[in-house]
Design a protein around this ligand. Structure first.
Ligand code: ADP
Ligand code: MG
Length: 587
């Protein structure tokens, strides 16, 4: 009867060890491979630009030599003699500009496309993770991997190719020219530059640390603002505006101090490095000048030397900044790739499914034990056995925290039991296709319905993609929602606001019921579906639920409702007689 892809239950799966996220070069290669041709072109252009940069100082020196000649003795025409050199220089400038334009365009193309591919892959893999994964992670951190980390990785990648390649080539090329021009001066430069670079790098790493602290503080301040603005109703209700202002102000003050400290550090660094570079120029001029005076060097060569040595220094400074960027880029990339390779224990799809006409909807929990992966030592269900006969309503009654929602989650297969089995029509849930189970068999209505910030129509259609408008209307009628929807000026095209903020609790719940009913589920789970409602909306919603329950296997989780009604149950609770979920109570 069942349509199967795999007959046996998949082997139990243990969580892979997640340590410090290391950079996954293999995965990176997969993202890079489609762009290799363009990357090759970009590298060639960047190398070309760097080589042109090496040529420029040499030509400049020759030009200066001509100028110097004319300052000494005014014979011949300066213009004719310098025209050739000047045109060559102009052409080189043009070529350099074009090459730079070319490789930057190509790099930005590669970077943006890789970023899109990476975000897509990461997002789709995040959506596939187990519910237990999301229990343990903060949503904000997951989102920042999609945004900030990909961004950081992309800019590092672009910088490494453009700046890194150019700087390395320029350093190498210019060092060759320098040593041809004057080996003695070059030797001097080779001693002085790395020393200064070393000092600069030390200062730079201290500044980077400060800058990281600064960013963390800014993020903390943003977190306070985010919490206050996101929960403005609670803030208003407790008249906490002033307190929140103070809290945000304190965080801002803290981040101002840090930022000013960083500003002072950067200023000091800039000032000192200006002095250092200027002294290097003066030193070169002084020593080079005495070489010129001793006829060991021409004035033009000295000029070439100066320009080339400036290029070397600038390139090396660039490289040291780049080094920090590479480290940050690799760790950002590591964070992005970490969750791309993580595979869930419960797959989204694959396994048996039963055709609708053969589905009865009988559910059994056999000696199920369960503890949440995020709290392994704490057993929520111990030897739990429960039968839901097809087409019958079974109520699970118990105190808050007793495990009613947990039972529903196991039925939805958000988690697998630690021991024991859950079956649907006698088949282990683990052999069934989870997407079929959730998408077509089980309708789940929780205490806090979650809607998406789109139209009512789209929200109901969430239950069954590709449902016709007629099906949506029918589901809404069944859920007692059609009337209030059509009373809105925009009707079914009304946007419900972020998380359904523009609707009342009862209206939201009825949309959630319509959304669950549109898939015509054989099994319905009502997890304290009316407990958060006032008695008037509870009546309308209960009516919809009663209608929806007819002919279906229904699991009701109740606590609040029975408490509200008073009576025996409330009395029992009052006497603290219940400390675990009670056995089934058929209605
Ligand atoms: P009920 O729905 O009956 O109020 P729950 O099934 O939500 O109870 O909770 C049962 C127990 O499991 C509680 O002690 C609760 O703290 C714990 N629990 C619920 N959800 C999680 C979770 N995601 N991770 C860890 N423990 C949880
Ligand atoms: Mg609950």
């Amino acid at each position: 009867v069942a349509l199967c892809e795999a007959e046996e239950a998949p082997p139990a799966c243990s969580r892979p060890h997640v340590g410090e996220s290391r950079f996954n070069w293999k995965l990176f290669w997969q993202f890079l491979r489609p762009h290799l041709l363009v990357l090759g072109a970009a590298i060639v252009l960047a190398l070309g630009a760097a080589l042109v940069n090496v040529q420029i100082p040499l030509l400049l020196g020759q030009l200066v030599e001509i100028v110097a000649k004319y300052t000494r003795d005014h014979v011949g025409s300066f213009l004719t003699e310098s025209r050739h050199l000047s045109t060559s220089l102009l052409i080189l400038y043009g070529v350099q500009g074009l090459l730079t334009f070319g490789y930057l365009v190509l790099l930005s193309r590669i970077g943006e496309r890789m970023a899109v591919d990476m975000r897509r892959a990461l997002f789709s893999n995040l959506l596939r993770q187990d519910i237990a994964f999301f229990d343990a992670k903060k949503t904000g951190q997951l989102v920042s991997r999609l945004t900030t980390d990909v961004q950081e990785f992309k800019s590092s990648f672009k910088l490494v190719i453009s700046q890194g390649l150019r700087s390395c080539t320029q350093v190498a090329g210019c060092l060759v020219s320098l040593s041809v021009l004057s080996p003695r001066l070059t030797l001097l430069l080779m001693v002085a530059t790395p020393t200064l670079m070393g000092v600069g790098t030390l200062m730079g790493s201290a500044l980077r640390k400060l800058s990281r602290q600064c960013q963390e503080q800014v993020a903390r301040a943003a977190g306070v603002a985010d919490e206050a603005l996101g929960n403005v109703r609670t803030v208003r209700a407790f008249a906490m505006e002033h307190r929140e202002e103070e809290r945000y102000g304190a965080e801002l003050e803290e981040s101002r101090c840090k930022a000013e400290e960083l500003g002072q550090g950067i200023a000091l660094f800039q000032g000192l490095s200006n002095i250092a570079f200027n002294c290097m120029v003066l030193g070169t001029l002084f020593i080079g000048g005495s070489l010129v005076a001793g006829q060991q060097l021409t004035g033009g060569d000295l000029m070439s030397f100066l320009v080339a040595s400036q290029t070397v220094q600038r390139s090396m400074a660039n490289l040291s900044v780049l080094f920090g960027q590479v480290v940050r880029g690799l760790s950002a990339g590591g964070r992005v790739f970490e969750y791309m390779t993580l595979s869930p224990c419960i797959p989204l799809s694959g396994g048996c499914s039963v055709p609708r006409e053969h589905l009865r909807g009988a559910i059994t929990f056999h000696n199920v034990c369960f503890s949440y992966p995020s709290r392994p030592g704490f057993q929520v269900l111990r030897d739990f056995t429960l039968t839901l006969p097809p087409g019958k309503i079974v109520a699970l009654v118990g105190q808050s925290g007793g495990g009613k929602t947990t039972v529903a989650s196991l039925l939805e297969r958000f988690y697998d039991p630690t021991a024991g089995v859950v079956t649907l029509d006698g088949r282990d849930l683990r052999t069934l296709d989870p997407s079929w189970l959730r998408g077509q068999v089980i309708g789940f209505i929780s205490q806090e319905p979650v809607l998406f910030g789109t139209t009512i129509m789209e929200n109901i259609r969430f239950g069954k993609l590709g449902a016709t408008d007629e099906e949506v209307y029918a589901a809404a009628r069944e859920a007692n929602a059609h009337e209030f929807i059509t009373s809105f000026p925009e009707g079914y095209n009304t946007i419900v606001g972020e998380r359904g903020a523009t609707l009342s609790g009862g209206q939201k719940q009825r949309l959630a019921i319509a959304r669950a009913l549109i898939k015509q589920p054989a099994v319905l789970i009502l997890d304290e579906a009316t407990s958060a409602l006032d008695s008037e909306s509870e009546r309308v919603v209960q009516e919809a639920l009663d209608r929806a329950s007819a002919g279906r296997t229904v699991l009701v989780g109740t606590h609040e409702e029975l408490l509200k009604k008073g009576g025996l149950y409330a009395e029992l609770i009052r006497r603290q007689a219940l400390d675990a979920p009670a056995p089934e109570v058929p209605r």
